[in-house]
Ligand binder design. Structure first.
Ligand code: HEC
Length: 113
C-alpha cells in the first residue's frame, strides 16, 4: 500500500513538472520580446505602436500566435524557428497574457457620458 502511495505521488509530481515545463514563462518572455525586436513595432508592453497592433491580452490562442509569427506575409516580417523557437514564443505568449487588462471605459469619468 505504501509503495502504491509513493508511486502515485511520483506520477503526480511528474505530470505537474511536465505541465510546468510546457507553460510559457512570462519573465523570460518579456526579455525575449525585447531581444527579438517585437517591441519595436508592438510596444514594450505589447500595447501597440505606430507599426504593430496591440498584442497584450490577445484573443488569439497560443498556437494561433505561433502560426501567425511563422506564416505572416503581410506588413509583419515572418520569424522562422531558426530565429525564434516555439518555446520562446510560448514565453512571449505568457508575457502578453500577464499584462494588465485595459480599464473598462465606463470606469473613466470623461468617457462615462
Ligand atoms: C516590423 C514591425 C514588426 C515586428 C518587428 C513584429 N511585428 Fe508583429 N505585427 C506587425 C504588423 C504590422 C502586424 C499586423 C500584420 C497583419 O495584420 O498582416 C503584426 C501582427 C502580429 C500578430 C497578429 C495579431 C492579431 O491579433 O492578428 C502577432 C501575434 C504578432 N504580430 C506577433 C509578433 C511577435 C511575437 C513579434 C516578435 C517575434 C513581432 N510580432 C514582431 C509588425 C511587427
Amino acid at each position: 500500500m505504501t509503495n502504491f502511495k509513493i508511486f502515485a505521488v511520483t506520477v503526480a509530481a511528474t505530470f505537474i513538472s511536465l505541465s510546468a515545463a510546457q507553460a510559457g514563462d512570462a519573465e523570460k518572455g518579456k526579455a525575449t520580446f525585447i531581444h527579438k525586436g517585437c517591441y519595436e513595432c508592438h510596444g514594450f508592453e505589447g500595447q501597440g505602436g505606430s507599426a504593430g497592433l496591440r498584442l497584450s491580452n490577445t484573443q488569439l490562442p497560443e498556437d494561433g500566435l505561433i502560426a501567425f509569427v511563422r506564416g505572416t506575409s503581410g506588413a509583419m516580417p515572418p520569424f522562422s524557428s531558426k530565429i525564434i523557437s516555439d518555446a520562446e514564443l510560448s514565453d512571449i505568449y505568457a508575457y502578453l497574457q500577464s499584462r494588465p487588462k485595459p480599464a473598462d471605459p465606463k470606469s473613466i469619468p470623461l468617457l462615462a457620458n
